[in-house]
Design a binder for this molecule. Sequence first.
Ligand SMILES: *[C@@H]1O[C@H](CO)[C@@H](O)[C@H](O)[C@H]1NC(C)=O
Length: 366
Amino acid sequence: MFDSRVLTMVLKICTSAMAFWEGAEVHASLIKRGLDFDAYVKCALMNFYGRCWGVGSANEIFNEVSIREDLLWNEAVLVNLRNEQWAKAFELFRELQFSFARAYSRTIVKLLQACGKVGALNEGKQIHGYVLKFAMDSNLLISNSLISMYSRNSKLGLARTVFDSMKDRDLSSWNSMISSYTALGCAKDAWDLFNQMDSSNVKPDIITWNCLLSCNFLHGSHTETLTVLHRMQSLGFRPNASSVSSVLQAVTELEYLKYGEEIHGYIIRNGLDYDVYVGTSLIDMYVKNDCLDSARKTFDNVKNRNVVAWNSLISGYSFKGLFDDAKMLLNQMKEEGIEPDLVTWNSLVTGYSIWGDRQHFISLVN
Ligand SMILES: *[C@@H]1O[C@H](CO)[C@@H](O)[C@H](O)[C@H]1NC(C)=O
């Protein structure tokens, strides 16, 4: 006779191997023998059905269970979350409360993430209520998730209330709150909080800095960006590819070419020009500032060019009406084994129509 641990393991193997029929056979033979399984086996069964037969079958297993331990309730919620059955997961969470079962902290975290993702503010508030009722707010992961949930629902005030009420805060708490402000363009609040953080015993990391850099982009205070870049460097942080990309995006938006060239120098001095994302942001900047020569030079230096880099330059030529250059690039791209995508064709078609090149337009569409 199988014991529960072995059975759980067998079902887990069936799940990861996507062994539809084998797992179902194990289940059937258990039912035939009239065995009652413990919560671990039931969980493994739910997971198996959820993964291999769809979340509906997992919910059926759950419905058939008469005595539902906390473990099972939590697993039922999680299986539905994993399968993006948001409404069903929230419904199960409500039923869980009526059944006097207890939600685990990891379930709460996942539920809050879902509320942020799908904009379920009311459900999020109910979960917040649950967290307070069971004093789960001392759990940092949960409080940080509450901050993100409110921020993703654009409720900065509520996010801040959670932040202010925390007795302990770790780096992610600060980063969650700062990124909430930067994501919604509240530069001043972000900086105030950053200064507060600086005088606390938690020190910023690269994530914090990158938040602040992206904040300047949204806020348009481009002259400050270089200051931030220098400041982070003087504190020993090496701006990485995503730091530089957000600075470049700012410069591109603002068509502030001289500043962009300074950043380019910075990128070369710090060896960041090998990164394809940085390279693409540079090309984009030059294209949008009408400097096709510089764009081309940068393009030629980028290693492992992806389709985005090609598209950037092709659209630059095409919008300027330089169709020969654009087509040469298109051929070169194909020769290097990069397939043009919808964006490539789109930029060519748009270019032809801007310049009224009917003949090219028609031959391309054909
Ligand atoms: C740069 O830092 C960010 C944190 O903001 C991180 O997510 C990203 O992976 C880093 N990128 C590289 C290329 O190291």
